[in-house]
Design a protein around this ligand. Structure first.
Ligand code: AMP
Length: 174
């Protein structure tokens, strides 16, 4: 397996001062690193009856779709509410750099379905906690959460206390 961290580019002060943005585009641009990341994200959840993968707009879609294909699961986009054309449920949350909300269509997750949550990165954990609320409000069962990158120093895992959380690349400091 490639050293995935070597494909993450640190961009200081983006999108605002004090944030070190983890740019995943070098990783996505390398066929082996991209495929290896998707395979590693899916690995802990193989054979566990996952029937839907839910991922957050927009970078989460890139990994989430790949993971869904590997697991033989459907894919559900969690999007900014105004982007969804059909009836949806919405959850608000705080970001490391702002406030936001995400939504899924009312019929995207069925009661009792096993759902895996995927995103490119966990910072404070607010985004994924909101996605988990959306899934559980729909009656879905959250099997776990998978992230390519974890900013461990922000302790986002604490926000996802009840869930199994896996991440591939961990940063102990900004
Ligand atoms: P959080 O809700 O605080 O866990 O933030 C996670 C979401 O914000 C993910 O969808 C990331 O894409 C994005 N994000 C937060 N902090 C960063 C960062 N330092 N670099 C890149 N993306 C980030």
């Amino acid at each position: 397996m490639k050293d995935l961290a070597a494909y993450i580019r640190d961009v200081p002060d983006f999108p605002k001062k004090g944030i070190v943005f983890k740019d995943i585009t070098p990783l996505l641009g390398d066929a082996g690193a991209f495929a290896g990341t998707v395979a590693a994200l899916a690995a802990p959840f193989e054979g566990r009856g996952v029937s839907k993968v839910v991922a957050a707009e927009a970078r989460g879609f890139v990994f989430g779709a790949g993971v869904a294909l590997r697991l033989g699961a459907g894919f559900v986009p969690a999007r900014k509410p105004k982007k969804l054309p059909w009836k949806h449920r919405e959850a608000k949350f705080e970001l490391e750099y702002g406030t936001d909300s995400l939504a899924i269509h009312e019929d995207a997750v069925s009661p009792g379905e096993n759902v895996l949550l995927v995103d490119d990165l966990i910072a404070t954990g607010g985004t994924m906690a909101a996605v988990a609320r959306l899934v559980e409000d729909a009656g879905g069962k959250v099997v776990g959460c998978a992230f390519a990158i974890e900013l461990s120093f922000l302790n986002g895992r604490a926000r996802l206390g009840g869930y199994e959380v896996h991440s591939l690349i961990k940063y102990d400091a900004p």
